[in-house]
Design a protein around this ligand. Structure first.
Ligand code: ZN
Length: 222
């Protein structure tokens, strides 16, 4: 099997990714109105709509799933999200925000009210609980729950120590600064367990929900 290629698609604030193996998985979709950016990146990388086998959403925040409905109308592939965050996507609302500091607290005042109105009756197709093997979707990889930021957050693990982790780890100022635990954290003990899963699986490079890839050795754990 050829080396799996990860293409990062920066969409204003959040990243979407193409995971290109024998077939292609789209990870996250950005805010509402950004499906075109994903389609353009597909074209540039010679990925056809029929190559897409799965649309995986890392967690139930609008900046990560907002465009999934418009995307799903253009691409015939199932949407997968962890069972515990599926209800937010299905209702087009924000998963609860638990701010760790005053800046995050201020963001919450606006962010908690965000909604996706145009959903065209589309909901998640796959609501997984324990894990989702990706072999049947044409990619040698695995999705596992990595809760903490939200209770239904999950990550996609790939060979050679790579993982796409949503908002498990973000930089202090989103696009710059030291990478650390996201400033919104629902459950710290679950976050610590999730970081141990990354460690246990030998993850060296994280592809975060915002900004450029991160070396796990640069993460501040305190
Ligand atoms: Zn988030």
């Amino acid at each position: 099997m050829a080396e799996i290629r990860i293409v990062r698609i920066p969409l204003r604030f959040a990243n979407s990714y193409l995971v290109i193996g024998e077939r292609t998985i789209i990870v996250d979709s950005g805010d509402p109105g950004f499906s075109q950016g994903i389609l353009k990146a597909m074209e540039k990388n010679e990925v056809k709509k029929t190559d897409i086998s799965l649309i995986f959403i890392t967690h139930g925040h609008v900046d990560h799933y907002g465009s999934v409905f418009e995307l799903r109308r253009k691409i015939e592939a199932p949407i997968a999200i962890h069972r515990l965050d599926a209800l937010y996507l299905n209702q087009g609302v924000q998963a609860p925000l638990y701010p760790l500091n005053s800046i995050a607290g201020a963001i919450k005042l606006v962010g908690k009210h965000l909604k996706v109105k145009k959903r065209y009756g589309i909901e998640a197709d796959i609501e997984f609980k324990q894990k989702l093997e990706l072999e049947e979707f044409g990619v040698k990889g695995l999705i596992l729950p990595t809760p903490g930021h939200t209770l239904g957050s999950a990550s996609l693990f790939l060979p050679n120590g790579r993982a796409i982790t949503g908002d498990l780890i973000v930089r202090q100022y989103l696009f710059r600064g030291k990478p650390r635990c996201a400033p919104f954290l629902h459950d710290r003990s679950k976050f610590i367990k999730s970081m141990n899963i990354l460690k246990g699986r030998g993850v060296k490079t994280i592809y975060p929900g915002h900004g450029a890839p991160i070396n796990t050795s640069d993460i501040i754990t305190s």
